[in-house]
Write a protein that binds this ligand. Structure first.
Ligand code: SAM
Length: 260
């Protein structure tokens, strides 16, 4: 599978850019998600664990705040549910198809087509128009959306949330833990045991590889890189509908908070 072609808007040199944004081998690409579109929602949009997690997040968010949805997909269920409850959703996704679907599903939201690593919050006006500050978010959601990044890229991205999240802001992270995938082998783990590379996985009719932290690794990522305190962590199995041609998965749900 070809890697998505992305341009760097963050790093200094073209060589650094390529290295920084190079996807690990055999992960789903932008082109893959462009062709899936609504099929993704049909397969994964009714995940009961995710719907419950969104409700838990909403109960913790500052009413009406801005919420960043990284890898927003079709906009359902995450952005749509948040917008219906009065939150200002800002979605980012590198797939043009997904961004178009999100815009149609959530007219009140703002959706941008961008690679996570190229994206930064837009400036917004403060009392002093000459001093634009980065927009802060009351919440950040990452639902099954970092699987196309390397460990180092995930660490970079989560470190940036320190600046993007307002005090008391809440993060919902929905991920699969490396230890929960039956195909994970001991030799796939990094020496620190927190991350496994190249785990075979069947995803929407495609054989791909997963690059995953363990549950303890995801927790450490949020705490050490994101400066967040994990308030809740639970896991639930998700079985895709018959005929979806996807492996079953165990989702781990993390709700983490930035200090007030
Ligand atoms: C597995 S889907 C999850 C969609 C949604 N978060 C949900 O839970 O329904 C992953 C989404 O992340 C997007 N994505 C993957 N890699 C990305 C990247 N590097 N930058 C931006 N979006 C990306 C894909 O296009 C896709 O829409």
């Amino acid at each position: 599978m070809a890697s998505p072609k992305v341009q760097d808007a963050v790093s200094d040199s073209p060589a650094q850019s390529q290295e920084q944004h190079a996807a690990p081998p055999n992960v789903p690409t932008k082109e893959f998600f462009d062709t899936k579109g609504l099929d993704y929602e049909t397969t994964y949009g009714h995940n009961a664990g995710l719907l419950k997690a969104i409700d838990k997040l909403i109960a913790l968010l500052r009413p009406g705040c801005r919420v960043l949805d990284l890898g927003c997909g079709t906009g359902k269920p995450v952005a749509h549910t948040l917008a219906a409850r009065g939150f200002q959703v800002h979605g980012v996704d590198f797939s043009e198809t997904m961004v178009e679907l999100s815009r149609a599903a959530v007219p009140s939201g703002v959706f941008e087509q961008a690679h996570y690593l190229e994206w930064a919050p837009p400036p917004f006006s403060t009392q002093d128009q000459n001093q634009p500050e980065p927009e802060k978010f009351g919440g950040i959601v990452v639902s099954s959306s970092f699987y196309e990044l390397s460990r180092e890229q995930m660490e970079t991205l989560v470190s940036r949330w320190r600046d993007w999240l307002e005090p008391g802001g809440v993060v919902l992270l929905v991920m699969v833990g490396a230890e929960d995938v039956p195909a994970t082998k001991p030799e796939m783990y990094d020496p620190d045991g927190r991350f496994a590379r190249g785990i075979p996985f069947r995803f929407m009719g495609d054989d791909c590889f997963l690059y995953l932290f363990t549950r303890a690794g995801w927790r450490a990522l949020l705490e050490e890189k994101g400066g967040l305190a994990v308030r809740e962590l639970w896991a639930e199995a998700f079985v895709p509908p018959t005929g979806a041609d996807c492996d079953s998965e165990v989702n781990s749900f993390f709700i983490a908070e930035k200090e007030k």
